[in-house]
Design a protein around this ligand. Structure first.
Ligand code: UDX
Length: 456
């Protein structure tokens, strides 16, 4: 099929490149020429494992990138994969979505039925907004000349390519039978995994071990599909806040939250995933989506109090980490704290919304000095936190230099293999707080650390 993807960021580039890899002629449109040039040079505009490899395999063959919108006229389907950041009032800012809808309306083929696919996370009811803009600008009739469907992304940064090719489910919200048929055709390779053997040979670098379970292709109406995305992210955030609060209780009871999570997860009704303790959840999705979902519930006077509680518990968890350091070190004024990890999770360069963004200012406000390292996210963290007076280290071990505490916020795999002997000897005080319960407690204690996790 002829696919166009408006947006070349975290959602758009992954979506466009993946559908190109599945054999569709796919054009990614982005207003940012730098991103477009990167893709056309075989480079990834974001740090996402496997993405650059797929771009190199497809660029100029099935993948194209441009800043121009005239390719819209040939499209069978048009993904809207632009950002929907949080507006000051906590709601989703739809400026980019509306601009995309206008550009689509200006260029859409007036003689061919086209499906416009909302891939970005958008508030329930936004499909109608997109449809009315396209109709107004193009003069076309919705559901007769074109149709807007909801196909929310469930991409986890760091494993987004996998999530396109091996999703648990594909949710399609459509109010039009022709649109449904076109969406079934578009996703057939993913649902049937036809050619996957060829793909996995061709893309051997992705070393795929295809899961047994094949994805469910789930059809519903547009608004319900839009809500499924928010409801899913809201629940995942609740689940994480739940285990984080359980970790705090475990510290009081002297029980081990790792075993609690394991014992809970063995119940298939609960499941073991998203029960990993942290200093709280962050990222460009959970905070935005939970905020928008809660505002929606308030707007319709059907408050999602549990989502609100998860949001509050999450900020409390950020504070709890600082309080725990104070309980161990006493007054932080003048202390040096070395921070490992500035991104919101490993395997991404995304540092737009992170735990460190909240925890570091809190530590600075108590008079602490901060030195930090992140393998991929330092540049972006600096960009989004220009006023933070902290030292950025060239290598991870340097965060320990004359420090009174090491605080691990993001569990990058490479942190397991640091020169911990060198670090324990360069610390002023050998204390480490591992907010992910990620490192080897026994080993670190053997070489002289006072090791603390969360809930362990
Ligand atoms: C999330 C959803 O998982 C994805 O389906 C949706 O499309 C976009 O939002 P993402 O934000 O990339 O994906 O990251 P995710 O892996 O969900 O983690 C979000 C935050 O929760 C991170 O800060 C992560 O460290 C934290 N987390 C995750 C935990 O603290 N514990 C867990 O068990 C899992």
């Amino acid at each position: 099929m002829n696919v166009v993807c408006v947006g070349g960021g975290y959602v758009g580039s992954v979506t466009g490149v993946s559908f190109a890899a599945l054999g569709n002629k796919t054009t990614v449109i982005d207003i940012n020429k730098e991103k477009v040039d990167l893709i056309n040079c075989g480079k990834s505009p974001i740090y996402e494992p496997g993405l650059e490899f797929l771009i190199q395999q497809t660029i100029g063959k099935s993948l194209y990138a441009t800043t121009e919108y005239h390719c819209i006229a040939e499209a069978d389907v048009i993904f809207i994969g632009v950002e929907t950041p949080t507006a000051p009032d906590g709601s989703a800012d739809l400026k980019c979505v509306k601009n995309a809808a206008m550009s689509i309306g200006e260029n859409i083929n007036k003689n061919k039925f086209t499906v416009i696919i909302n891939k970005s996370t958008i508030p329930t009811g936004t499909g109608e907004v997109v449809s009315s803009i396209v109709a107004e600008v193009s003069g076309l009739i919705p559901e007769k000349d074109f149709s807007v469907v909801s196909n929310p992304e469930f991409l986890r940064e760091g494993s987004a390519i996998w999530d396109v090719f091996f999703p648990d489910r594909i949710v399609v919200g459509a109010n039009n039978q022709i649109a449904k048929e076109i969406m079934r055709k578009l996703y057939k390779p993913v649902v049937t995994r036809e050619n996957y053997h060829k793909l996995s040979e061709q893309y051997s670098n992705l070393n795929w071990e295809a899961p047994e379970k094949i994805p469910v292709f789930f059809e519903t109406d547009v608004k319900t599909a839009e809500l499924i995305k928010y409801a899913s992210n809201g629940f995942l955030a609740v689940k994480i806040s739940y285990i984080n609060e359980m970790a705090k209780l475990c510290e009081k009871l002297g029980t081990n939250v790792l075993d609690v999570a394991k014992g809970m997860g063995l119940d298939s009704r609960i499941g073991s995933r998203f029960l990993e303790v942290s200093s709280g959840w962050q990222g460009s999705c959970f905070p935005k989506d939970t905020s928008e979902l809660y505002l929606l519930s308030e707007k319709y006077e059907s408050e999602l109090s549990i989502v609100k509680a998860a949001i509050d518990a999450n900020f409390a968890m950020h504070r709890y980490v600082v309080e725990k350091i104070i309980r161990f070190l006493g007054c932080l004024n003048g202390k040096i704290i070395g921070i490992l990890g500035l991104t919101f999770k490993p395997n991404t360069d995304d540092a737009r919304k992170t735990q460190a963004e909240f925890i570091i200012p809190h530590l600075l406000s108590l008079g602490a000095n901060i030195q930090a390292f992140d393998p991929q996210g330092m540049e972006m963290f600096k960009k989004f936190n220009p006023d933070l007076d902290i030292k950025y280290c060239d290598k991870a071990e340097d965060v320990a230099q004359r420090a009174d505490c090491i605080l691990l916020l993001t569990h990058w795999q490479e942190f397991k293999n640091l020169n911990w002997h060198e670090m324990v000897n360069s610390l002023r005080f050998p204390y480490i707080l591992d907010t992910r319960n990620f490192l080897n407690k026994q080993y670190l204690e053997e070489i002289g650390f006072y090791y603390q996790g969360l809930g362990t």
